[in-house]
Design a protein around this ligand. Structure first.
Ligand SMILES: [Mg+2]
Length: 242
């Protein structure tokens, strides 16, 4: 095969992508004031408020969120069909998978370990406990200039890939709309798919990870793994800023 697999870097969203539902949304819907929470979730998805602002408001408008409550929600979360197979495929072919999440490491780690994916690298936000015992959100990976996202996925893509790498992204939601603009191959569903449509960004639609695996195998076989010009220019611009 012409492609050196080590040149292909695969970035994957977690909530709503690797798992079928969104842990954060589920948590606050379950334990918060339903009407207020739905309004905040809609604002986050429409990007009328920043992700950081969104997380803060969700915590403010919910009865005490505890680790136990998060555990209860995390227990109900299920891995999307085909992810096991895709993970094995990636392992067998030396493809690097990196999870980029605008959720929290506490539950991501738990779910990954429970499902025997504990060796996967991920970058996410963190939860901390205040002196009053309340949990609050911490954002260790924000971007200095962009105030929008909590965990800057774009920066992780830039720092985890070299200029001659080919980058691939698999996602579903509003936190994926920025990073997909910087990658070569996109797999999209839900809101992300609509975003790509509206903005004329080429993508591959997927339902399960079997779809992702099959499409990727076809692209590899047909040697259609290549850089996307627009993404390359956008990445170059970021590299030039240092
Ligand atoms: Mg998502």
């Amino acid at each position: 095969m012409a492609l050196d697999h080590s040149k292909l870097k695969v970035f994957i969203d977690f909530d709503g992508t690797i798992i079928t539902r969104d842990t954060g949304e589920e948590l606050f819907r379950r334990y918060g004031n339903k009407e207020i929470i739905e309004g905040i979730i809609a604002d986050i998805n429409l990007r009328t408020i920043s992700a950081r602002e969104g997380w803060s408001r969700l915590f403010e408008n919910s009865a005490d969120i505890t680790y136990e409550k998060i555990d209860a929600v995390a227990e109900d979360m299920q891995i999307r069909d085909g992810f096991r197979s895709f993970y094995e495929f990636a392992k067998a072919n030396d493809l690097e998978l990196i999870i980029l999440s605008d959720g929290f490491s506490y539950y991501i780690q738990k779910i990954l370990e429970r499902e025997n994916f504990g060796d996967l690298t991920f970058y996410s936000n963190k939860l901390s406990e205040g002196p009053d015992g309340k949990l609050f959100a911490e954002f260790p990976h924000t971007d200095e200039e962009c105030l929008f996202c909590a965990n800057c996925k774009r920066n992780h893509i830039i720092s985890n890939s070299a200029e001659d790498d080919i980058t691939m992204y698999i996602g579903n939601g509003s936190s994926d709309t920025c990073p997909v603009q910087f990658v070569d191959i996109i797999f999209a569903r839900d809101n992300l798919l609509r975003f790509c449509e509206i903005n004329r960004i080429s993508y591959n639609a997927f339902d399960t990870f079997y779809d992702v695996e099959n499409i990727l195998k076809t692209l590899l076989a047909k040697k259609r793994i290549k850089k996307r010009r627009q993404a390359e220019l956008k990445r170059k611009h970021i590299y030039s800023l240092g």
